[in-house]
Design a protein around this ligand. Structure first.
Ligand SMILES: Nc1ncnc2c1ncn2[C@@H]1O[C@H](COP(=O)(O)OP(=O)(O)OP(=O)(O)O)[C@@H](O)[C@H]1O
Length: 312
Protein backbone atom coordinates (compact mmCIF):
# COMPACT_ATOMS: atom_id res chain seq x y z
CA UNK A 1 0.00 0.00 0.00
CA UNK A 2 2.90 2.34 0.79
CA UNK A 3 6.09 1.97 -1.21
CA UNK A 4 8.89 4.37 -0.31
CA UNK A 5 11.88 4.24 -2.64
CA UNK A 6 15.23 5.87 -1.96
CA UNK A 7 13.49 8.87 -0.48
CA UNK A 8 15.82 11.73 0.49
CA UNK A 9 15.30 15.27 1.69
CA UNK A 10 17.94 17.95 2.21
CA UNK A 11 17.42 21.35 3.73
CA UNK A 12 20.33 23.22 2.14
CA UNK A 13 23.43 21.22 3.02
CA UNK A 14 21.64 19.32 5.78
CA UNK A 15 20.37 15.83 4.97
CA UNK A 16 17.20 15.34 7.00
CA UNK A 17 16.26 12.07 5.26
CA UNK A 18 18.65 9.71 3.49
CA UNK A 19 17.72 6.95 1.04
CA UNK A 20 14.67 5.72 2.88
CA UNK A 21 13.38 2.42 1.45
CA UNK A 22 10.26 1.00 3.01
CA UNK A 23 7.26 -1.08 1.93
CA UNK A 24 4.19 -1.25 4.11
CA UNK A 25 1.43 -3.77 3.37
CA UNK A 26 -2.26 -2.91 3.33
CA UNK A 27 -3.91 -3.05 6.74
CA UNK A 28 -0.63 -2.69 8.66
CA UNK A 29 -0.21 -0.27 11.55
CA UNK A 30 3.40 0.85 11.18
CA UNK A 31 5.16 2.94 13.81
CA UNK A 32 8.05 5.26 13.16
CA UNK A 33 10.14 5.83 16.24
CA UNK A 34 13.04 8.25 16.49
CA UNK A 35 14.47 11.01 18.64
CA UNK A 36 13.56 14.63 18.00
CA UNK A 37 14.96 15.63 14.63
CA UNK A 38 15.30 12.06 13.33
CA UNK A 39 13.24 12.87 10.24
CA UNK A 40 9.77 11.55 11.11
CA UNK A 41 7.84 14.73 10.34
CA UNK A 42 9.89 15.26 7.18
CA UNK A 43 8.92 11.77 5.95
CA UNK A 44 5.27 12.30 6.82
CA UNK A 45 5.15 15.75 5.18
CA UNK A 46 6.53 14.23 1.97
CA UNK A 47 3.98 11.39 2.08
CA UNK A 48 1.26 13.96 2.65
CA UNK A 49 2.54 15.83 -0.48
CA UNK A 50 3.20 18.96 1.57
CA UNK A 51 6.95 18.83 0.99
CA UNK A 52 8.72 17.80 -2.22
CA UNK A 53 11.48 15.19 -1.81
CA UNK A 54 14.99 16.08 -2.95
CA UNK A 55 15.27 12.66 -4.61
CA UNK A 56 13.51 9.30 -4.62
CA UNK A 57 9.76 8.78 -4.60
CA UNK A 58 6.90 7.36 -2.54
CA UNK A 59 3.86 5.58 -3.92
CA UNK A 60 0.60 5.43 -2.04
CA UNK A 61 -1.81 2.86 -3.47
CA UNK A 62 0.29 3.11 -6.64
CA UNK A 63 0.10 6.94 -6.88
CA UNK A 64 3.36 8.88 -6.78
CA UNK A 65 3.77 11.85 -4.43
CA UNK A 66 5.85 13.45 -7.17
CA UNK A 67 3.72 12.93 -10.28
CA UNK A 68 0.21 12.38 -8.89
CA UNK A 69 -0.08 14.42 -5.67
CA UNK A 70 -3.83 15.08 -6.08
CA UNK A 71 -4.48 11.33 -6.30
CA UNK A 72 -2.29 10.73 -3.23
CA UNK A 73 -4.28 13.33 -1.28
CA UNK A 74 -7.53 11.52 -2.00
CA UNK A 75 -6.04 8.30 -0.64
CA UNK A 76 -4.58 9.67 2.58
CA UNK A 77 -5.77 11.26 5.77
CA UNK A 78 -3.06 13.31 7.47
CA UNK A 79 -2.89 14.47 11.04
CA UNK A 80 0.02 16.88 11.61
CA UNK A 81 1.85 17.15 14.91
CA UNK A 82 0.57 20.71 15.45
CA UNK A 83 -2.97 21.66 14.71
CA UNK A 84 -4.34 25.16 14.41
CA UNK A 85 -6.63 27.15 16.63
CA UNK A 86 -10.22 27.51 15.51
CA UNK A 87 -11.89 30.46 17.22
CA UNK A 88 -15.65 30.49 17.00
CA UNK A 89 -16.01 27.03 15.42
CA UNK A 90 -18.02 24.24 16.96
CA UNK A 91 -16.99 20.59 16.51
CA UNK A 92 -19.70 19.82 13.93
CA UNK A 93 -19.05 23.10 12.05
CA UNK A 94 -15.37 22.21 11.97
CA UNK A 95 -16.05 18.79 10.44
CA UNK A 96 -18.67 20.30 8.09
CA UNK A 97 -16.05 22.76 6.82
CA UNK A 98 -13.62 19.93 5.97
CA UNK A 99 -16.41 17.81 4.47
CA UNK A 100 -17.14 20.75 2.17
CA UNK A 101 -13.51 20.99 1.15
CA UNK A 102 -13.67 17.32 0.08
CA UNK A 103 -16.85 18.02 -1.95
CA UNK A 104 -19.05 15.87 0.25
CA UNK A 105 -22.67 16.79 -0.47
CA UNK A 106 -24.36 18.87 2.25
CA UNK A 107 -27.21 16.33 2.65
CA UNK A 108 -24.69 13.51 3.37
CA UNK A 109 -22.72 15.45 5.93
CA UNK A 110 -24.97 15.21 8.99
CA UNK A 111 -24.85 11.40 9.16
CA UNK A 112 -21.15 11.34 8.32
CA UNK A 113 -20.34 13.83 11.08
CA UNK A 114 -22.35 11.75 13.59
CA UNK A 115 -20.50 8.59 12.58
CA UNK A 116 -17.09 10.23 12.84
CA UNK A 117 -17.83 11.83 16.21
CA UNK A 118 -18.96 8.44 17.45
CA UNK A 119 -15.81 6.73 16.16
CA UNK A 120 -13.58 9.18 18.05
CA UNK A 121 -15.78 9.14 21.18
CA UNK A 122 -16.89 12.76 20.89
CA UNK A 123 -20.61 12.32 20.32
CA UNK A 124 -21.41 14.21 23.50
CA UNK A 125 -19.23 17.12 22.34
CA UNK A 126 -21.25 17.80 19.21
CA UNK A 127 -21.99 21.53 19.18
CA UNK A 128 -19.17 22.35 21.63
CA UNK A 129 -16.64 25.03 20.68
CA UNK A 130 -13.39 23.42 19.48
CA UNK A 131 -11.30 25.74 21.63
CA UNK A 132 -12.96 24.52 24.80
CA UNK A 133 -11.97 20.86 24.21
CA UNK A 134 -9.09 19.20 26.07
CA UNK A 135 -5.90 18.38 24.17
CA UNK A 136 -6.89 14.72 23.86
CA UNK A 137 -10.32 15.66 22.52
CA UNK A 138 -8.83 18.12 20.01
CA UNK A 139 -6.48 15.38 18.87
CA UNK A 140 -9.40 13.01 18.35
CA UNK A 141 -11.39 15.68 16.51
CA UNK A 142 -8.38 16.21 14.26
CA UNK A 143 -8.32 12.45 13.66
CA UNK A 144 -12.02 12.55 12.72
CA UNK A 145 -11.22 15.35 10.30
CA UNK A 146 -8.49 13.28 8.65
CA UNK A 147 -11.05 10.47 8.11
CA UNK A 148 -13.72 12.61 6.49
CA UNK A 149 -13.14 11.35 2.94
CA UNK A 150 -12.71 7.71 4.07
CA UNK A 151 -9.05 7.45 3.08
CA UNK A 152 -7.27 4.09 2.72
CA UNK A 153 -4.11 5.36 4.42
CA UNK A 154 -3.75 7.38 7.60
CA UNK A 155 -0.61 9.35 8.41
CA UNK A 156 -0.60 10.38 12.05
CA UNK A 157 2.26 12.51 13.34
CA UNK A 158 2.67 11.98 17.09
CA UNK A 159 -1.02 11.27 17.76
CA UNK A 160 -0.41 10.34 21.39
CA UNK A 161 2.01 13.11 22.32
CA UNK A 162 1.00 15.15 25.32
CA UNK A 163 -1.89 12.85 26.19
CA UNK A 164 -2.50 11.57 29.69
CA UNK A 165 -2.63 7.77 30.21
CA UNK A 166 -6.41 7.59 29.95
CA UNK A 167 -6.45 9.57 26.69
CA UNK A 168 -3.71 7.28 25.33
CA UNK A 169 -5.82 4.21 26.11
CA UNK A 170 -8.70 5.87 24.28
CA UNK A 171 -6.50 6.63 21.27
CA UNK A 172 -5.29 3.02 21.24
CA UNK A 173 -8.89 1.79 21.15
CA UNK A 174 -9.64 4.03 18.17
CA UNK A 175 -6.54 2.72 16.36
CA UNK A 176 -7.83 -0.83 16.86
CA UNK A 177 -11.14 0.10 15.29
CA UNK A 178 -9.39 1.76 12.34
CA UNK A 179 -7.30 -1.35 11.85
CA UNK A 180 -10.45 -3.45 11.79
CA UNK A 181 -11.64 -1.13 9.03
CA UNK A 182 -8.51 -2.28 7.15
CA UNK A 183 -6.87 1.14 7.08
CA UNK A 184 -3.13 1.23 6.58
CA UNK A 185 -1.78 3.46 9.32
CA UNK A 186 1.55 5.20 9.80
CA UNK A 187 2.14 6.61 13.27
CA UNK A 188 5.17 8.41 14.65
CA UNK A 189 6.36 8.82 18.18
CA UNK A 190 9.62 9.27 20.03
CA UNK A 191 8.47 6.78 22.67
CA UNK A 192 8.88 3.14 21.66
CA UNK A 193 6.64 1.50 24.32
CA UNK A 194 3.84 3.87 23.33
CA UNK A 195 4.13 2.75 19.69
CA UNK A 196 4.51 -0.92 20.57
CA UNK A 197 1.05 -0.76 22.16
CA UNK A 198 -0.58 0.33 18.91
CA UNK A 199 1.49 -1.03 16.02
CA UNK A 200 2.11 -4.28 14.13
CA UNK A 201 5.55 -3.22 12.95
CA UNK A 202 8.08 -0.65 14.02
CA UNK A 203 10.87 1.13 12.17
CA UNK A 204 13.58 3.15 13.90
CA UNK A 205 14.72 6.38 12.25
CA UNK A 206 18.03 7.82 13.30
CA UNK A 207 19.50 10.95 11.72
CA UNK A 208 17.40 10.52 8.61
CA UNK A 209 18.12 6.81 8.14
CA UNK A 210 16.02 3.73 8.81
CA UNK A 211 18.33 1.79 11.10
CA UNK A 212 15.99 -0.99 12.21
CA UNK A 213 12.65 -2.56 11.42
CA UNK A 214 10.82 -5.39 13.14
CA UNK A 215 7.41 -6.77 14.04
CA UNK A 216 6.05 -5.98 17.47
CA UNK A 217 5.10 -9.66 17.91
CA UNK A 218 8.72 -10.69 17.68
CA UNK A 219 9.80 -7.99 20.10
CA UNK A 220 7.18 -9.12 22.60
CA UNK A 221 7.99 -12.82 22.28
CA UNK A 222 11.65 -11.97 22.84
CA UNK A 223 10.76 -9.84 25.82
CA UNK A 224 8.75 -12.70 27.33
CA UNK A 225 11.34 -15.31 26.35
CA UNK A 226 14.44 -14.39 28.31
CA UNK A 227 14.41 -12.80 31.69
CA UNK A 228 17.50 -11.53 33.43
CA UNK A 229 17.53 -12.78 37.03
CA UNK A 230 19.68 -11.32 39.78
CA UNK A 231 20.26 -13.38 42.94
CA UNK A 232 21.82 -11.67 45.95
CA UNK A 233 23.56 -14.03 48.34
CA UNK A 234 24.55 -14.02 51.98
CA UNK A 235 27.04 -16.84 51.59
CA UNK A 236 29.75 -17.65 49.00
CA UNK A 237 28.94 -17.55 45.28
CA UNK A 238 30.55 -20.88 44.24
CA UNK A 239 27.89 -23.33 45.51
CA UNK A 240 25.16 -21.08 44.11
CA UNK A 241 26.82 -20.96 40.68
CA UNK A 242 27.12 -24.78 40.69
CA UNK A 243 23.48 -25.09 41.72
CA UNK A 244 22.15 -22.79 38.97
CA UNK A 245 24.46 -24.35 36.35
CA UNK A 246 22.83 -27.69 36.99
CA UNK A 247 19.31 -26.35 36.42
CA UNK A 248 17.41 -26.16 33.09
CA UNK A 249 16.50 -22.93 31.19
CA UNK A 250 19.52 -21.07 32.59
CA UNK A 251 22.32 -19.55 30.54
CA UNK A 252 25.00 -16.88 30.77
CA UNK A 253 25.70 -17.09 34.51
CA UNK A 254 27.93 -14.27 35.69
CA UNK A 255 29.30 -13.50 39.15
CA UNK A 256 29.62 -10.07 40.69
CA UNK A 257 31.53 -10.83 43.90
CA UNK A 258 31.77 -7.20 45.04
CA UNK A 259 27.99 -6.91 45.08
CA UNK A 260 27.60 -10.46 46.45
CA UNK A 261 25.36 -11.42 43.57
CA UNK A 262 25.06 -13.60 40.48
CA UNK A 263 23.08 -12.97 37.32
CA UNK A 264 21.76 -15.26 34.60
CA UNK A 265 19.25 -15.45 31.76
CA UNK A 266 16.22 -17.59 32.39
CA UNK A 267 13.95 -18.86 29.61
CA UNK A 268 11.52 -20.98 31.64
CA UNK A 269 7.93 -20.19 32.54
CA UNK A 270 6.87 -18.13 35.55
CA UNK A 271 5.93 -21.34 37.41
CA UNK A 272 9.39 -22.79 36.68
CA UNK A 273 10.94 -19.57 37.94
CA UNK A 274 8.98 -19.87 41.21
CA UNK A 275 10.09 -23.52 41.56
CA UNK A 276 13.71 -22.50 40.95
CA UNK A 277 13.54 -19.94 43.75
CA UNK A 278 11.96 -22.44 46.12
CA UNK A 279 14.69 -25.03 45.31
CA UNK A 280 17.47 -22.47 45.80
CA UNK A 281 16.11 -21.51 49.21
CA UNK A 282 15.59 -25.10 50.37
CA UNK A 283 19.12 -25.99 49.23
CA UNK A 284 20.41 -23.49 51.80
CA UNK A 285 22.27 -21.27 49.34
CA UNK A 286 21.77 -18.17 51.49
CA UNK A 287 19.54 -16.37 49.02
CA UNK A 288 18.96 -12.80 50.24
CA UNK A 289 16.92 -11.71 47.24
CA UNK A 290 15.88 -13.08 43.88
CA UNK A 291 14.69 -10.52 41.36
CA UNK A 292 13.81 -10.17 37.72
CA UNK A 293 15.33 -7.20 35.96
CA UNK A 294 13.11 -5.01 33.86
CA UNK A 295 14.04 -5.63 30.27
CA UNK A 296 14.43 -2.47 28.30
CA UNK A 297 12.18 -2.59 25.25
CA UNK A 298 14.54 -0.40 23.26
CA UNK A 299 17.57 -2.60 24.02
CA UNK A 300 15.69 -5.75 23.03
CA UNK A 301 14.40 -4.14 19.88
CA UNK A 302 17.81 -2.99 18.75
CA UNK A 303 19.49 -6.27 19.78
CA UNK A 304 17.15 -8.48 17.73
CA UNK A 305 17.13 -6.13 14.79
CA UNK A 306 20.90 -5.71 14.71
CA UNK A 307 22.16 -6.37 11.24
CA UNK A 308 18.59 -6.79 9.91
CA UNK A 309 17.62 -3.48 8.41
CA UNK A 310 20.79 -1.61 9.19
CA UNK A 311 21.70 0.49 6.25
CA UNK A 312 25.04 1.91 7.35
N1 LIG B 1 12.36 23.67 7.00
C1 LIG B 1 13.49 23.22 7.50
N2 LIG B 1 14.67 23.81 7.27
C2 LIG B 1 15.83 23.35 7.78
N3 LIG B 1 15.93 22.24 8.54
C3 LIG B 1 14.78 21.59 8.82
C4 LIG B 1 13.50 22.04 8.33
N4 LIG B 1 12.57 21.17 8.74
C5 LIG B 1 13.21 20.24 9.49
N5 LIG B 1 14.54 20.48 9.52
C6 LIG B 1 15.56 19.66 10.21
O1 LIG B 1 15.48 18.34 9.70
C7 LIG B 1 15.67 17.39 10.75
C8 LIG B 1 14.49 16.43 10.79
O2 LIG B 1 13.35 17.12 11.24
P1 LIG B 1 11.95 16.41 11.47
O3 LIG B 1 10.99 17.49 11.92
O4 LIG B 1 11.60 15.62 10.29
O5 LIG B 1 12.28 15.43 12.67
P2 LIG B 1 11.31 14.61 13.62
O6 LIG B 1 11.87 13.26 13.69
O7 LIG B 1 9.91 14.76 13.17
O8 LIG B 1 11.49 15.33 14.99
P3 LIG B 1 10.39 15.79 16.07
O9 LIG B 1 10.08 14.60 16.88
O10 LIG B 1 11.14 16.83 16.85
O11 LIG B 1 9.22 16.36 15.32
C9 LIG B 1 15.84 18.20 12.03
O12 LIG B 1 17.23 18.28 12.29
C10 LIG B 1 15.27 19.55 11.70
O13 LIG B 1 15.95 20.57 12.40
Amino acid sequence: MIDIRKLSKSYGAFDALRDLDLEIAEGTVFGFVGANGAGKSTTFSILATLLPPTSGDALIGGASVRSAPAEVRRKIGYMPDFFGVYDQLKTDEYLDFYAGSYDIRPRDRDVLISQLLELVNLTDKRGTYVDSLSRGMKQRLCLARSLIHDPEVLILDEPASGLDPRARVEMRGIMKQLKQMNKTILISSHILPELAEMCDEIGVLDKGRLVARNSVKEIHSRLKGDRLITVKLNGPADPAVRFFESRPHISGISEEPAAGEIKFSFSGTEAEQAALLAAAVSDGLGVRSFSEEETDLEDVFLAITEGGARSE
